[in-house]
Design a protein around this ligand. Structure first.
Ligand code: HEM
Ligand SMILES: [Ca+2]
Length: 654
């Protein structure tokens, strides 16, 4: 399919707002914050701890932990605990903060019902991609955003439903927005569950300091740095970073078990993991979601071990460097490698290589070329439409059965995802780390389509019970909670074309699916972004339809050009040497598995892709590596001369 000429392909480049259709009345969303400047004043914080204005930024060689001072003109852009960005004004039911309602004023159709009737649950293996591709996506997500006040780990402390699945009738908490289970639900009717606990995201209206930039409607807060800075490995503040550092030789803190490094034990395990015994492992990392599922935990451990591997190399090369210098230099290299894998290996699979080149998300670089297009006018905030709808579309790629795979790539065991949510012990017993890593790089992910695996559709976080939550229903409910503008609003914004009736959706949505929507929603204006976008036929070469692709493309453009520390920059204060940059560009997912498994000897060079005649398993020694000897520093601590830490105050307590 070809995308219409007026589409997103060029829309973020001349700095102009896309033209508006004059026929659109004021009831429809209009672009706001196109280049975003509303965040440039104070942040909202609980009244009792409104901080003084932060001190002016010092020009550091290193990123702050909370993201502050990345943008020197707007130091609070992209920081942890700030607002998501918006492309279009929200559609709250009351225009201020209540969940989206139908244009008729009625409630929107039940989220679980939409999940059950519009979205399927067939398990179709992807023809080309491995589970590692899906799993890396979740790692990218966790670096960029996390809704405030939520938890994805265990039972939420705010209860909207009773433990036996009934709606709490009186005194319902103001943040409750439970999903009511339809009467004839194929799963939950078996156990009599009538209510799924769902808690609304905290916004800038929830008990914060006075702020002159307060708008007439609520904005949700994200608790992690918007920058692609491995905040999930290093934490989002000094307070989160300190307990996970060893303060020796620049290393992150690890527990040594059978000779291998694992994250330290969480001091309050029972609050975040679903332990079967009090002794069971539960990890502490830079992000509270580290224990959520085994594949994610493995990726977090790989990035943790990679930090320590780099630190050990730097220490050996530079005996005169102190702990802080090694820590910051290793962190800087680890982030650079991560950004490289994201922009040059992973995102092209998701967004399409051509699309990325065309929109200048990447360039055709050679050797050590710098890319100097940093733009301090662009707000790096993660777009609400990206985090709450477009990027969540890839939940369709989740595979619910995880194979254990031996070095010769034979399957020795298979586990159910829902037996291991928030129980990371599975990754550290015996050879499981390597068996699961090879499973991830052997087993196909599920096809990017309208299906969601039953393990996340009926059994999410089931904690030993027969059934659990529904991730698709959650995504739909979250879309309403955040009051996202409608699918049709985004179609127009993205140049896909505003639909004037149901029939106009059939350009990208199959007639059968349009009929399903028509049977559920009262108006075509009611169809939500997370629903409509997920039904679109994909754009050639990408894994999303034109509306989602527009949002994803815009997001990853901003994430790169709004990051002063992006690894390809040539700025003399922060740049790698051109030779070092050339080395960073050799990073690959395959090499990360090789270097950080317990004992992984072989891998296919393109680990996000299935083994094939063009992508054969080979010895790790054949896979290119980053030569860290280029970081030998002859000029005694040259790096330390302009090194300062910006000690940002904690803005909002989690
Ligand atoms: C086994 C794999 C995964 C599981 C179990 C999982 C589960 C979840 C859960 C429970 C939430 C919070 C739902 C809510 O309360 O609103 C969530 C949010 C999200 N997920 Fe996933 N997910 C997985 C993989 C992925 C992948 C592969 C991607 C994308 C490539 C992704 C993207 C997102 C995004 C963008 C959010 C919102 C983040 C935020 O701003 O808070 N997830 N996921
Ligand atoms: Ca981050």
């Amino acid at each position: 399919i070809k995308v219409p000429a007026t589409s997103y392909f060029t829309y973020h480049h001349g700095g102009s707002i896309p033209s508006q259709n004059a026929a659109i009345g004021p009831q429809f969303s209009q672009p706001v914050n196109y280049y975003g400047s509303f965040l440039d004043s104070s942040l909202k914080v609980p009244t009792q701890m409104c901080p003084p204005t932060p001190p002016p930024c010092t020009k550091s060689r290193y990123r702050s932990l909370d993201g502050s001072c990345n943008n020197l003109y707007n130091p609070s852009w992209g920081v942890a605990n700030s607002r998501y960005g918006r492309l279009l004004t929200p559609r709250y039911g009351d225009g201020v903060s209540s969940p989206t309602a139908s244009v008729t004023g009625h409630e929107l159709p039940n989220a679980r019902l939409i999940s059950l009737t519009v979205f399927g649950e067939s398990d179709v293996p992807d023809r080309g991609l491995t589970i590692a591709n899906m799993q890396w996506g979740q790692i990218v997500t966790h670096d960029m955003s996390l809704t405030a006040g939520g938890t994805q780990s265990r039972k939420h402390t705010t209860r909207c439903c009773t433990d036996d699945g009934k709606l709490i009738q009186s005194g319902l908490h103001s943040t409750c927005f439970p999903i009511i289970v339809p009467k004839n639900d194929p799963a939950h009717s078996q156990t009599g569950t009538e209510c799924m606990n769902f808690v609304r995201t905290l916004t800038d209206r929830d008990n914060f300091c006075p702020d002159k930039t307060q708008k007439s409607y609520a904005e949700q807060l994200s608790v992690v740095t918007a920058y692609m800075d491995l905040s999930h490995v290093y934490g989002n503040s000094e307070e989160q970073n300190r307990p996970i550092r060893s303060f020796v030789s620049g290393r992150l803190l690890v527990d040594n078990k059978q000779g291998f490094e694992y994250p330290p034990q969480h001091p309050n395990a029972s609050t975040t993991c679903d332990l079967q015994t009090p002794q069971e492992t539960c990890y502490l990392g830079g992000d509270m979601r580290i224990n959520q599922n085994p594949g994610l935990t493995i990726m977090q451990i790989i990035l943790l071990r990679e930090h320590n591997r780099i630190a050990d190399n730097l220490q050996a090369l530079n005996q005169h460097w102190d702990d802080e210098t090694i820590f910051q230099e290793a962190r800087r290299i680890n982030i650079a490698q991560f950004q490289h894998v994201n922009y040059y290996e992973w995102l092209p699979i998701m967004l399409g290589h051509e699309n990325m080149l065309k929109n200048e998300l990447i360039y055709q670089t050679s050797h050590g070329d710098y890319v100097n297009d940093y733009n301090p006018n662009i707000d790096p905030s993660v777009l609400n439409s990206h985090a709450t709808a477009a990027f969540r579309y890839f939940h369709t790629q989740i595979e619910g059965q995880l194979d254990f795979v031996a070095e010769e790539r034979t399957i020795s065991n298979t586990i159910r995802l829902s037996d291991w949510f928030n129980r990371p012990v599975v990754v550290e017993s015996g050879d499981n780390f390597d068996f699961l890593s090879r499973g991830m790089t052997t087993q196909p992910q599920e096809t990017t389509d309208i299906n969601n695996d039953v393990e996340v559709k009926h059994f999410l976080f089931r904690r030993g019970r027969p059934f659990g939550l529904d991730l698709k229903a959650f995504d739909i409910q979250r879309n309403r909670d955040h009051g996202l503008a409608s699918y049709n609003d985004f179609r127009e914004f993205c140049g896909v074309g505003r639909a004037h009736g149901w029939q106009d959706f059939i350009d990208f949505i199959s007639p059968a699916n349009v009929d399903k929507l028509k049977a559920l929603y009262e108006s075509h204006e009611d169809v939500e972004l997370t629903v409509g976008g997920a039904l679109e036929r994909h754009v050639d070469g990408a894994l999303a339809g034109p509306t989602f692709l527009c949002i994803l493309t815009e997001q990853f453009y901003r994430t790169r050009v709004a990051d002063r520390f992006f690894y390809e920059r040539g700025d003399s204060n922060t740049a790698f040497t051109s030779e070092q940059l050339n080395e960073i560009r050799k990073t690959s997912m395959a090499r990360l598995f090789c270097d950080n498994g317990n004992n992984i000897q072989q891998m296919q060079p393109a680990a996000f892709r299935r083994v094939s005649p063009n992508n054969q398993i080979t010895s790790c020694s054949n896979i290119p590596y980053v030569d860290l000897s280029l970081w030998r520093d002859h000029s005694v601590p040259a790096f330390k001369s302009d090194y300062t830490i910006y000690n940002a105050p904690l803005l909002v307590k989690n």
